[in-house]
Design a binder for this molecule. Structure first.
Ligand code: ADP
Ligand code: ZN
Ligand code: ZN
Length: 888
């Protein structure tokens, strides 16, 4: 690949004063990745003698008419012979040096190769937004020495006639443009807009020393600086009372404070500080304020004395030297998090860092608080808090942070100080040097997988690679391990015989006495360990799970969405001053609206789905909303088809359940916890804190409340309708339903009061329901794995999903057909489809897909992805999803 011909003049091969001999050919040409939408290949540039570029550096390069960010990949001895030397442009500057340590670089390359994604797109996921590409090239006049801000003076240093005789008309035009502006400073892009072929003119002016070209760092992500006051002398012999007061405040606060804070406390103005500086009592320093997310102040927390099972798990994790994978299978409330905390503590003292990955931000505030309470505060670098500095940083890193916060947290990691980073999926790329441990909590959770855009990576897979490359252990924790992880454990058991003898936790026996086994007995095979925490802390029982058959309820005359058992339990909540959680599969009010007279269903005009009814409270607007494209309209009074006024709501979402609760149990105080109510920043934390403080009796929400909440006062968990989870058309539906229901049930009875779970369903005989009721992970996974194996679905045969979409229904179908035909000529896999996606049209795009199923235990690899992609016309978008989780 070579540089597109752009409107550029040939470059001068040697600059004045720069000799040919001084440069070896070796590092003269460099291939770079350019950060520009649509650009994916490598481009060749000339590496100027004055820059010492190394692979992995972030650069700024000219690209077409722009200056863009780029990453140095490798040096070339010779540029491609197809590429005329005079077309090769020169690297402008180095933005940041030595960004990617080799293991990290290797990781990014693996992700790119495995997920069929151009490397630059993987790099974009790994870097905080805006780091690449927002550095701005600017041009400014060089002014004579001792010169004031006066443009006419500049012209005196080099008189116009002289300038005219020396430079080309283009250069002169640029000079005039700059001189006309008081600051004499414009962005390169602006000058290029104003003047044709500006690039050449600027080079000329730079050579004459008339202008300077410089890089301005990204605006958005510029570090934030603030003035700090530091006390250097407190012997107050010559101070006024007022000045002494200030020195005293500083002294009491540990000798350092932000200027703004100090002035506020002392109610003083900055002039008094100047005097103190002159007298040599204080210094004022520009310090960086890190915009990392701040947690509330927390009381410290000490390590708990471990149960035998916890101690055993910890001993094994700590015995690992180098890379190994650990599956920590612990029932809900068994103290997995305590094991993580104690595994991390000694690492920090050794100067290493730890990465903790969690499924969703909803979960992070509580978890982050536990880590902060144990290891230290988020260091806010506020002045005067020296004592805190010896503690470790615990920062969060996820996509809901502002760009500035992300940038700062990210840079904070690069300092190399021992620290803990807690984050969601993309934090698997957190650039922590000296990584000592990676933990992936709730490893079964599907939010670790990215569906779109590419790379469609799974954080668990990437974490495995990363741990291997960094040579550190990876701990996967779950109460309901993914079948992928479970099968790996079982395989090793079959192959090795020795070790891995721990049974998975089941409620009735089978796992007793495991905690007492010595570390040596649980063997190590191919660096995979299986560790089990089969009991809850203090041997608290797992909550009993009652299954309520909603068909019987109806037969016996109960038309409410709450069964009699659940109604009773809700009534008791307040009497007993306990709290409950109600799980609903969907947000909104109703899943669809239909006409009772003619059966018409209100649908989204852009998607093949029905509209959900949204209504939060009396007097609020009644809306219909599409959960796929967010199309919203008001709820009609009459059927759009037959004008009947009898429109009926079907399917209950969180809003309807909340309304129904308010009607039937007006005394119950409730908090709705779903993506509608947690949209604002910090909302998760606020709502959970309110609930934890007892400001509500009931938390009503979706998926996000099933994950990791540890609230000891919760005794009741109700699942309003399990059926929404059971009857999904994808091969993972059962696994997901089992995991979700087990997790949500696991929120009950974590404290001293015993818990109770009520699951309402129309299909109580379903295998998943039975397995959830008996807390029986093992028989569930056995039946499920047999079915997967029979059909060669993962974790046996691996999958690749090709997703095609287009505004044109015919073209997309044709393209799918052509690609499927081409692929079917290849060996090593089976083609399913092409088939329309289960919702054919979303946001006006028609969607087709091709599922490629590989032989058992083969890696999901296509022989020629580039060729496949070339078969797709531009009007059709084609994306590849390796190891897809959602196939609908
Ligand atoms: P999990 O992560 O397995 O769901 P947690 O780590 O949240 O379990 O532990 C459940 C509760 O038990 C938490 O409140 C935790 O503080 C407490 N806990 C964990 N380990 C111990 C221990 N060894 N002694 C006393 N309490 C513990
Ligand atoms: Zn109608
Ligand atoms: Zn829609």
């Amino acid at each position: 690949m070579y540089i597109n011909d752009v409107n550029l003049s040939p470059l001068v091969v040697a600059e004045p004063g720069e000799s040919y001999q001084s440069q070896t050919n070796l590092n003269r040409w460099i291939e770079v990745l350019v950060d520009c939408p649509g650009s994916t290949g490598l481009f060749t540039y000339r590496s100027p003698a004055q820059l010492e570029i190394k692979p992995g550096d972030i650069l700024s390069v000219p690209f077409g008419a722009q200056q863009v960010g780029a990453i140095a990949i490798r040096f070339l001895a010779q540029p491609n012979i197809d590429l005329p030397l005079e077309k090769i442009r020169e690297v402008e500057d180095i933005v940041s040096v030595g960004f990617f340590p080799s293991a990290y670089w290797e990781l990014l390359n693996r992700v790119a190769a495995y997920y069929y994604t151009p490397l630059i797109q993987v790099i974009r996921v790994a870097l905080p937004p805006g780091l690449l590409g927002r550095s701005q090239r600017r041009i400014r006049l060089v002014r004579g020495e001792g010169e004031q801000k006066n443009n006419s003076k500049f012209q005196n240093t080099l008189t116009p006639p002289l300038v005219s005789s020396l430079v080309t008309p283009t250069a002169r035009q640029i000079l005039e443009l700059l001189q006309a502006q008081p600051a004499g400073d414009y962005s390169f892009a602006y000058i290029q807009q104003k003047i044709k072929s500006a690039y050449r003119g600027i080079r000329e002016l730079v050579r004459f020393g008339l202008v300077q070209s410089y890089l301005e760092p990204p605006r958005l992500t510029r570090p934030k600086l603030q003035k700090a006051i530091i006390l250097i002398d407190a012997t107050d012999s010559d101070l006024t009372t007022r000045q002494r007061e200030i020195v005293e405040v500083l002294r009491r606060r540990g000798g350092e404070l932000w200027q703004s804070e100090l002035l506020q406390i002392c109610n003083a103005s900055s002039s008094i500080l100047k005097t103190l500086v002159q007298k040599g009592y204080i210094v004022i320093e520009e310090r960086e304020v890190l915009r990392t997310e701040q947690g509330p102040a927390l009381a410290g927390d000490r390590a708990k004395s471990l149960t035998a099972a916890q101690a055993n798990a910890l001993a094994i994790i700590q015995s690992i030297d180098g890379f190994a994978e650990v599956l920590l299978h612990g029932v809900t409330g068994s103290g997995k998090t305590e094991v993580y905390l104690q595994a991390i503590a000694p690492l920090l003292n050794q100067g290493k860092s730890a990465l903790v990955l969690v499924p969703e931000i909803g979960l992070t505030p509580q978890l982050t608080d536990r880590f902060r309470a144990r290891f230290g505060m988020a260091v806010a670098s506020t002045g005067g808090t020296r004592a805190r500095r010896s503690l470790y940083k615990v920062s969060v890193y996820h996509s809901a942070l502002s760009d500035g916060e992300r940038y700062d947290t990210w840079r904070q990691m690069l300092t190399g100080e021992p620290q803990v980073v807690i984050g969601t999926r993309s934090a698997v790329f957190a650039p922590l040097p000296n990584l000592g441990l990676i933990i992936l909590d709730e490893e079964h959770d599907s939010s670790f997988k990215q569906d779109s855009p590419i790379p469609t990576y799974h954080a668990r897979t990437v974490a495995q690679w990363r741990a291997e490359l960094e040579n550190c252990p990876l701990v996967l924790g779950s109460a309901t391990p993914s079948l992928e992880s479970w099968v790996s454990v079982r395989r090793q058991e079959e192959q090795g015989g020795r070790g891995l003898r721990q049974e998975p936790p089941t409620r009735d026996g089978g796992a007793e006495g495991q905690g007492s086994r010595g570390a040596g007995e649980q063997g190590k095979q191919n660096s995979l360990y299986y560790l089990s925490l089969p009991e809850r802390i203090y041997s608290r029982p797992l909550p009993p799970i009652e299954i309520v058959d909603m068909r019987l309820e109806l037969q016996q005359g109960n038309r409410s969405i709450f069964s009699r058992a659940l109604q009773e339990a809700l009534e008791q909540l307040q009497e007993r001053q306990q709290q409950g959680i109600l799980f609903i599969h969907r947000r909104g009010h109703s899943t669809f609206v239909s006409c009772r007279s003619c059966g018409y269903v209100l649908e989204c005009p852009h998607c093949d789905v029905s509209l959900s009814y949204h209504h939060t409270e009396e007097g609020a607007p009644q809306l219909l909303r599409c959960h796929y494209c967010n199309y919203t309209r008001s709820h009609p009074k009459f059927c759009p088809d037959c004008s009947s006024p009898y429109l009926k709501f079907f399917g209950s979402g969180t809003q309807r359940v909340a309304q129904e609760l308010a009607r039937q149990f007006p005394q119950l105080r409730l908090i709705r916890f779903d993506s509608d109510t947690t949209r604002n920043k910090g909302a998760h934390r606020t709502l959970l804190t309110q609930f934890a403080n007892g400001e509500a009796d009931l938390l009503v929400g979706t998926q996000m409340l099933t994950k990791g909440l540890d609230l000891p006062q919760v005794t009741l968990v109700g699942v309003v309708a399990a059926d929404g989870l059971l009857h999904l058309s994808d091969y993972r539906a059962s696994e997901r339903a089992f995991q979700t229901l087990t997790q949500v049930a696991g929120r009950a009875g974590r404290g001293e009061d015993p818990g109770r779970v009520i699951v309402q369903t129309y299909t109580p005989e379903h295998q998943v329901i039975e397995a959830v009721r008996s807390h029986d992970y093992q028989s569930f996974s056995q039946v499920e794995l047999e079915q997967r194996q029979a059909l060669n679905y993962p974790p046996y045969g691996r999958l690749i999903l090709l997703r095609l979409s287009s505004l044109d229904p015919i073209q997309v179908q044709n393209a799918a057909q052509i690609i499927a035909t081409a692929l079917s000529a290849e060996d090593g896999f089976e083609i399913l489809g092409p088939a329309p996606a289960s919702i054919l049209r979303v946001a006006n795009r028609y969607r087709w897909q091709i599922l490629i199923k590989f032989a058992p235990d083969a890696l999901p690899q296509l022989p020629d992805w580039e060729e496949v992609r070339d078969l797709c016309p531009p009007s059709v978008s084609l994306t590849i999803d390796v190891d897809p989780l959602n196939i609908m």
